[in-house]
Design a protein around this ligand. Sequence first.
Ligand code: ADP
Length: 484
Amino acid sequence: MLKLRKPELFRQQAYLDGQWCNADSGATFEVTNPATGEVLGHVPEMGAAETRRAILAAQTAWATWRRKTAKERSAILRKWNDLMLAHTDDLAAIMTAEQGKPLAESKGEIAYAASFIEWFAEEGKRVNGDTLQSPANDKRLLVVKEPIGVCAAITPWNFPAAMITRKAGPALAAGCTMVLKPAESTPFSALALAVLAEEAGVPAGVFSVLTGDARAIGGELTANPIVRKLSFTGSTEVGRLLMAQSAPSIKKLSLELGGNAPFIVFDDADLDEAVAGAIASKYRNAGQTCVCANRLYVQDGVYDAFAAKLVKAVQALKVGAGTEPGVEQGPLIDGAAVEKIESHIADAVAKGGKVLTGGKRHALGHTFFEPTVVANASADMLVAREETFGPLAPLFRFKTDAEVVQMANDTEFGLASYFYSRDIARIWRVAEALEYGMVGINTGLISNEVAPFGGVKQSGLGREGSSYGIDDYVVVKYLCMGGL
Ligand code: ADP
């Protein structure tokens, strides 16, 4: 079992209105370790009734939380950040146990997750309004920004800590309260964050964490008119559903949905850099991020050289349990994830794809999968249209800039994109032509707390992180003072 320096961080209860509690029914569900198949623990199977209580508690807590000064809220958030950093080893151990990613990546995620709390603790102090030039002499016009109110958050399993803090950071800093439902497979990271929030002095009801039935909890979070805003990170399919469910009560929405990231290597690229970027972008978290390269487009003249270098680098990746030193790729999250990558590879091979390395389940068993490269990829393959969310790099060949831009944009998604080139004119041309919310130029890693993360098209709405990120949690109020 997990050995932690602070065992209290591993909680098997939900956190509602400042209380650690079970489901009304007493029901629980189990959470397993994907590297071993072992049961890690159990959490409450909550539903609509508990969600209603958490929302009411968030409404009550909002009245006092919003009246604290930004500086007071900032001090509490700052402490939460410090506690997360101080307990990095324990938080990373919990994350690797439930999610599977290598310990080094889990530690990196805790630093990344804490950075959102730190950033928004500072940014919350700068939610300033405006005075406007009045068209009439007897009037003065002002704009103030206010917290939107009770917020709901639904988060995925691929970044069990950072997807939470990226929402809770700006919400709490702006003076909002939040009810969170983490993913079923990674609730322990969320509950550990709640332990530290409580310790940092986040008041009861300001941040509640409910585990359980996604439909029942999601149904209440979207239907309840007290909830003014929903922030969701997950699949486009579920995002669309939550958007529809939020329509009757006209909630403000932030949606971080699926991607289908193109990764383009032009013939003037530094190929070694491009390979390093492709490894980071494609195989990090075993390919299970919404900004992972999904389609690798390589220009004709460098296709074979790039493929050879990439295969060599992929074959050097160490696969194993995330707790083992030096491991670079852990297991996939579950059996369905393995079936998806298998189906993408089988479809590609049936349509002329050639497996250059990997291609099957790993000898380690469970949900381990071989890091894979497939050449001769084409637009009619499943992998061209759908996110694999696994360690599969399909290589598409292209000839001209116009052709690759057209292929890169030929998707309903528009989250991250990447390209490698050293030609400044081409860099500007392509960066402007890509219909994506984010463009990595000569880098495979783009996420950090100071940059706006988000997509266009069916990849979502709103931006997280950065000075833009707090806008999603405030409303603009206009004051018109007449009779002067
Ligand atoms: P993924 O493919 O990454 O698991 P999902 O969109 O299925 O993406 O899940 C992301 C989050 O959405 C998880 O917390 C999951 O429990 C939640 N979720 C899934 N279905 C629903 C639903 N019908 N209503 C509310 N939340 C849901």
